[in-house]
Ligand binder design. Structure first.
Ligand code: FCB
Length: 418
């Protein structure tokens, strides 16, 4: 039987995403300082965090150096080479972030040379026929801001507003698509509630208060970007989990699902209503609740980080977003898969769900795989391998994974086999 082709809408954007701190190298910010202080502890704790198979497969996790971002992928210097690869792989878009600590290394003092660096980055993307999607804040704060309380500072929205105004004035004419904040709710959860990430707070109240700060910061940036160019398109990158009760109609399981959906998927959207030109989906997690905890679903494949792979979750998420009547971009979706045994299938299965959602009326306009390159995965360091392109961190050599070539076929043909 002949294979059926699933066509994507004309002009669909295909690409991959990165973030400054995870790939650039040479950054000094709240995360780099925290990494240096905590490297020994993180290496020590790895044996309690990961299963035997993971510890055996990734012994780097026991090396404190794994937790120090250092040169990362040296993308700050090698970006042209990396964009050549993206173009070769048929990408027609690329998402990256500007590092606030480079632009405003000291409070109120802006560095024009770094603006020029990013202007070159943007032009390098466009010169290769790709549409740039630029993120203003992908989790890292300049050190001066962290000293003032970081995201929790009363003035965080004011500082972010000033920074975004500056960038918008300088680069607003160069870029159409802007993402203000990356996954504010991940930071609320992991930095302020569970206390895993800097500044390692454990306070529900602190977390709760942050929603409004992030929403104000987003709205301010939205206005500045539109003032610089009324035609620009602005949104924020939202992490959206798939939620399910373990037992349907069990009040407590259902209640956990409702709370999860509200605090992760909805609250930021509600608070920024009217200030999003498009919506985004960053999908990694499938959560099933059996009160009072999350439980795993037997039989689902997992990534190297043990995250469950559940492609249908993205369909459900998009289905729900349709009610907003806005264009949707999948700004992140991917997995850690060092031996590249699951990535091709992962991409195809998620894309089939996305295609189904388009057929059912969702206005989805692009897909960005996380990530173009292997990179520095926050508190986990270098061992998780998320890249379409493998990095040899010793030589900085780039090697295209075979899944990347499969994804390239899709990008180039704008369709997948059913
Ligand atoms: C997302 C982050 C991104 C990366 C992936 C794995 O939540 O936005 O930087 O760490 O997870």
């Amino acid at each position: 039987m002949e294979k059926q082709k699933l066509k994507f809408p004309e002009g669909f954007l295909w690409g991959a995403a990165t973030s400054a701190y995870q790939v650039e190298g040479g950054n000094t910010n709240n995360w780099s300082e925290w990494g240096e202080k905590n490297a020994e502890r993180l290496a020590e704790e790895a044996k309690f965090c990961w299963q035997d198979w993971q510890q055996k497969k990734f012994p780097e996790m026991f090396d404190p150096q794994n937790y120090i971002s250092g040169r990362a992928c040296d993308h700050y210097n090698l970006y042209e080479k990396d964009f050549d690869i993206a173009r070769e792989l048929g990408h027609n878009t690329h998402r990256f972030s500007i590092e606030w600590s480079r632009i405003e290394p000291e409070e109120g003092k802006f560095n024009d040379e770094e603006i020029e660096h990013y202007r070159k980055v943007i032009r390098a993307i466009k010169a290769r026929g790709m549409e740039p999607f630029v993120t203003l804040w992908h989790w890292t704060n300049p050190v001066w801001l962290e000293k003032k309380g970081g995201c929790e500072s009363r003035d965080f929205p004011k500082y972010f507003s000033r920074y975004s105004e500056y960038v918008a004035q300088k680069l607003g004419q160069e870029v159409k698509f802007w993402i203000t904040l990356n996954e504010p709710t991940s930071v609320i959860a992991s930095s302020y509630i569970t206390g895993m990430w800097p500044p390692q707070k454990r306070s529900l109240l602190a977390g709760w208060k942050l929603y409004k700060k992030f929403a104000r910061a987003h709205i301010e940036a939205y206005k500045h970007i539109h003032a610089a160019d009324p035609d620009s398109q602005v949104g924020f990158a939202n992490i959206l989990h798939s939620f399910e009760p373990y037992r349907r109609k069990w009040f407590l399981d259902e209640l956990m699902v409702r709370i999860g959906k509200y605090i992760t998927n909805r609250r930021m959207l509600n608070l920024t209503k009217g200030y999003n030109d498009f919506l985004t989906v960053q999908y990694y997690f499938h959560n099933r609740f059996k009160f009072p905890r999350k439980i795993r679903t037997d039989g689902l494949p997992v990534s190297d980080m043990n995250w469950e792979i559940f492609p249908h979750g993205i369909y459900r998420i998009i289905h729900k977003l349709k009610e907003h009547n806005l264009p949707i971009y999948i700004t992140e979706n991917g997995l850690a898969d060092a031996d590249d045994s699951r990535r091709e299938n992962f991409i195809k299965e998620h894309l089939k769900e996305i295609h189904e959602a388009i057929k059912d009326g969702a206005d989805i306009r692009g897909y960005f795989h996380w990530s173009l390159l292997d990179n520095f995965e926050w508190d986990k360091g270098f061992w998780p391998r998320f890249g379409l392109v493998e990095i040899d961190y010793k030589t900085m050599e780039r090697k295209i994974r075979s899944s990347a070539l499969e994804y390239a076929k899709i990008c180039k043909s704008n369709e997948i086999d059913d």
